[in-house]
Design a protein around this ligand. Structure first.
Ligand code: FAD
Length: 364
């Protein structure tokens, strides 16, 4: 059996894995990154706190050519000609394709002598007496002082580190589609995030990749039927859309950042519903805080202890805000009517809520 050793092993081939790899290279740490090849699909919103975190990480310039600027968030409903509300986000709000984030980060560290990239999966972890032993899918045994678990909500690192009552897990399927611009659907590609709130369903769509593609997310039972039967012109343009299933988990999980010498980062640390566009934003913040802690202390154990303390302070708030948004978007019947009337009346609640999350003075 082949054996190898490294200071740090990173598990995870998503955005969190790429951020962890970027942080380790910047911190000059010998690292092996296990990043199984997979198709990175879709796009994401980058609200102002996401952009601030990328700047702190020092990787904003790597991504800036791939960003599509957004000027407004439009809250809409099918029975009204006017918007329920418009939120001006013309400063620092962008969208980006996931592939562009992942490949730009990976390209920036490819060929760096501090990191070895391996496309195997990790099939088991043993964590004993301050040393970790990982076994890869090709049978290699790799020893390390630390593991960074960036392997998502169902990953092996999170499973080893967190206890979850499985009967409370609320699995949910939502729909996602990527639509290319053409002469007929061009109206959908304005520089705004469109959030349509129906009766127990909602639809979000926004342009990305310089306005050539549209990312659309549809949530709620019967939602496809609802938009197909609507006589709204814009919703009618989604009629022949090829929707793909995406599993999300709606459970409230406790965030967790370290367990002995396993350090969690990204969804593995803080699973949350996607309704506030914060999963990756908080992953960038994880990276920025970890990088800062590593730069201030040569001892990795102390640095990761500080990382955990600092991140736990704000992540609980963001996780709760994401759940709350998901609940409000789910409203139907009377609750939905009251919600829409409050928004339409110019209730200041939404602006305050967003300012708490994105405002210049927010630490979230
Ligand atoms: C519908 C939807 C919309 C979203 N929109 C936004 C948005 O607009 N803005 C935003 O900021 N966030 C958004 N998010 C959240 C965001 O996508 C995630 O938070 C972000 O991608 C972080 O992913 P991750 O790398 O932590 O996990 P994942 O993407 O789950 O990646 C985990 C990786 O680990 C790999 N892996 C798993 N097990 C192993 C193993 N044993 N060995 C090696 N590798 C392994 C997997 O192959 C995978 O590549 C959205 C999420 C969803 C579902």
């Amino acid at each position: 059996m082949k054996e190898n050793t490294s200071k740090v092993i990173i598990i995870g081939g998503g955005i969190a894995g790429a951020i962890a790899a970027y942080v380790c290279v910047k911190s000059n740490i010998n690292t092996i990154w296990f990043s199984p090849k997979s198709e990175v699909e879709g796009a994401m919103q980058m609200p102002p706190n996401s952009i601030r975190a990328l700047k702190k990480l020092g990787c904003f310039n790597l991504l800036k050519n791939f960003l599509t600027p957004i000027s407004m968030i439009r809250l809409r409903e099918t029975n009204l000609k006017q918007d329920l509300a418009n939120i001006d986000v013309s400063k620092n709000y962008f969208t980006i394709s996931r592939k562009d984030i992942f490949s730009s980060l990976k390209k920036s560290i490819d060929n760096n002598s501090k990191i070895e990239i391996n496309e195997d999966k990790i099939v088991s972890i043993e964590n004993k007496d301050g040393q970790s032993k990982c076994i890869s899918s090709s049978g290699e045994v790799i020893k390390s002082d630390f593991i960074i678990g960036a392997d998502g909500i169902n990953g092996i690192a999170r499973r080893l580190s967190c206890w979850t009552r499985s009967k409370n897990i609320d699995n949910k399927v939502i729909k996602r589609a990527e639509i290319k611009v053409n002469n007929k659907n061009r109206i959908l590609f304005q520089s705004s995030i469109n959030l349509w709130m129906g009766d127990g369903w909602h639809l979000v769509y926004y342009p990305h990749s310089k306005g050539k593609k549209l990312n659309a997310i549809l949530v709620g039972n019967n939602a496809i039927h609802q938009i197909n039967s609507s006589d709204n012109f814009e919703l009618g343009l989604f009629e022949n859309t090829n929707w793909q299933d995406v599993n999300i988990q709606n459970t409230i999980y406790f965030p967790k950042y370290i367990n002995s010498n396993i350090i969690l980062l990204g969804d593995a640390a803080h699973p949350m519903p996607p309704h506030l566009a914060q999963g990756a934003a908080q992953t960038f913040l994880d990276g920025a805080v970890l990088l800062d802690c590593l730069s201030k202390n040569d001892n990795i154990s102390s640095s990761v202890g500080n990382y955990s303390k600092l991140r736990l302070k704000s992540i609980k708030k963001v996780t709760n805000m994401s759940h709350f948004s998901g609940e409000v978007l789910k409203f139907s019947g009377l609750k939905k009517t009251i919600r829409n009337k409050l928004i339409l009346s110019g209730n200041v609640f939404i602006n305050d809520f967003m300012k708490n999350l994105w405002g210049e003075n927010s630490s979230l």
